[in-house]
Design a protein around this ligand. Structure first.
Ligand code: PTJ
Length: 253
């Protein structure tokens, strides 16, 4: 039950914060996750807290790639679990992706808490929590190097929402296609990804679900065309232009 009054002018934004704060209290989110959210919020404010045309294009390409993939994986950290648990589970079912818990600030206790929370929201199999399936990717410098042999190791396409940087690069060097969700179009993750969705995960996940319902009915050839014509660099520039134009318009008001 939300503690935010419905009439508050920033009600939606406060409700999202509330989910993270609750996630912190339940042991899903680290303190750094709260500050990471603050950074995201600042970019979202500039976007006008809505999904741009370029983000919609990226969402379409991302879902097409996930549907085309042989072994798609959705990587989940503390913030993602706290913000969109049910949506992660629904998207994974629609595109037949595996869900893997992968944390920057490694903690067995938090891995288990996140897996339990996702199961409470309908997930059946959660990877990344059993030591016997763990292996380490030497190319990654952080705790994120610990991955599941049945998941990220075997994957061809990985969705990495709200990332911290070098993993996107390392996974690409290992031949995987990388999809990022990041409100900051200048982040290393957004630039290193094959497809970066510059949008709030709380808006983009429901849109990915809707898109997956539509695209799963289309022939593979059509999905291939959507994915091939996507240009991440060009799309990131369009996201930046969208932000710039909004700031220019605001400065003239
Ligand atoms: O749970 P852990 O241990 O894996 O840690 C998770 C965090 C998020 C703390 C970790 O991955 C981290 O430190 O991330 P960064 O380097 O702060 O990067 C997170 C990126 O996500 C930043 O570029 C933010 O702008 C962006 N971001 C934050 N909130 C959202 C977001 N992007 C989309 N939607 C959001 N709600």
């Amino acid at each position: 039950m939300s503690r935010v009054t419905k009439t508050h002018p920033r009600a939606e934004s406060l409700r999202i914060r509330e989910r993270l704060v609750d996630g912190f209290k339940y042991g899903l989110v680290v303190p750094d996750g709260l500050t990471a959210h603050g950074r995201g919020e600042a970019f979202d404010y500039i976007l006008g807290e809505r999904t741009s045309k370029s983000a919609r294009k990226a969402i379409e390409a991302a879902v097409a790639e996930m549907l085309l993939a042989k072994h798609p994986v959705i990587s989940v950290n503390g913030n993602v679990a706290a913000l969109v648990p049910a949506e992660i589970v629904e998207l994974a079912k629609l595109v037949e992706a595996k869900i893997e818990v992968n944390l920057f600030h490694g903690s067995k206790k938090r891995e288990v808490a996140i897996a339990k929370y996702l199961r409470k929201h309908g997930a059946e199999e959660i990877l990344g929590v059993y030591f016997k399936f763990s292996t380490w990717i030497p190319e990654i410098n952080s705790n994120r190097r610990k991955v599941d042999r049945r998941g990220i190791v075997a994957s061809d396409v990985v969705l990495i929402p709200l990332e911290d940087g070098d993993r996107a690069d390392a996974l690409r060097r290992l031949g995987k296609r990388i999809i990022a969700i990041d409100l900051n179009p200048m982040s290393r993750t957004a630039r290193a990804a094959d497809i970066a969705i510059v949008d709030n995960i709380t808006r983009s996940l429901p849109l990915m679900i809707e898109t997956a319902k539509g695209l799963s009915q289309k022939p593979r050839e059509e999905l291939r065309k959507i994915s091939e014509k996507f240009d991440n660099r060009g799309n990131l520039k369009a996201s930046l232009r969208f932000m710039l134009e909004r700031l220019e318009n605001l400065s003239r008001e």
